[in-house]
Design a binder for this molecule. Structure first.
Ligand code: PEP
Length: 257
């Protein structure tokens, strides 16, 4: 089954609103020719409205870095998923930095994913094991658990809009990445197969799964050639126009047709 490749840049707490707008204008000029690849940038919340306005009609889409499950209320510092409507097409949920520093739980990721889907957004649900879990051989069980908790109660009909990003924590921002084969094996066993068990073959075969963790132009092809990997969630390398454009070009070359 053909799945459209998807490359998303997670800018974390980098780039001011002005810098973000200048960057996406340059990036759009470089990547618009690669129509076979879906691509998005995730700026800070402060830059969402400017970036979204600058990208009206562009090929480059917008992702938020987080969202709250409630429609509104006394939640200081939070943004409701429904408030992102019209500003973003995607929202990253369950990123390991949010899990580690802001006490994000599987239950909250699930509530947020449902709120995102109800708001018409596509959740990109990040999962992945720590170095200790990896070394203890606990990766598949742990990631499977994260996947089933995140998807609890999500209808099969909504699954076409769900993207899962497998990001081993030990590979994020460290310069160490899994090998393409390792990542493909974990993704198959801990993400695609559980989705097959939870739903059915059609849902599992259609679901897009990204790898994330120190992806750069030099190793992108190694991931993109893998059968279970449909794209990348990228931190560091997405902050550079040349690198981001190269990642999209490689995704198009390897998996674009
Ligand atoms: C990320 O933040 O999701 C990520 C994968 O970061 P990096 O590419 O810098 O490892």
């Amino acid at each position: 089954m053909h799945r459209q490749p998807i490359v998303v840049g997670n800018w974390k707490m980098h780039k001011s609103p002005r810098e973000a707008i200048d960057f996406v204008k340059q990036l759009e000029a470089r990547v618009c020719e690669f129509a076979s690849v879906e691509k998005a940038v995730a700026p800070t919340s402060l830059a969402l409205s400017g970036v979204s306005a600058a990208l009206q009609g562009a090929s480059l889409l917008v992702a938020a870095q987080n969202a709250h499950w409630a429609g509104g209320g006394a939640f200081t510092g939070q943004i409701a998923a429904s408030m992102l409507r019209g500003l973003a097409q995607f929202v990253i949920l369950g990123h390991s930095e949010v899990r580690a520093h802001l006490a994000e739980t599987d239950a909250n990721v699930n509530r947020k994913a449902k709120a995102a889907l109800a708001a018409g957004l596509q959740p990109i649900i990040a999962v992945g094991e720590s170095l200790a879990q990896n070394e203890a051989g606990a990766t598949v069980d742990f990631v499977r658990g994260q996947v089933s908790a995140a998807l609890d109660g999500i209808a099969a009909a909504d699954m076409a809009r769900v993207v899962i990003a497998y990001e081993p924590i030990w590979a994020i921002g460290t310069g160490k990445s899994a090998t393409g084969e390792q990542a493909d094996r974990i993704i198959g066993a801990a993400v695609r197969e559980p989705v097959r068990d939870l739903y059915n073959d059609r849902v599992a075969d259609a679901m897009r799964i990204q790898y994330g963790g120190s992806v750069k132009p030099g190793n992108m092809a190694e991931f993109m050639v893998q059968p279970n990997i449909d794209g990348a969630l990228v931190g560091g390398a997405s902050l550079d126009v040349d690198d981001f454009a190269a990642l999209v070009e490689i995704a198009a070359r390897v998996k674009g047709s």
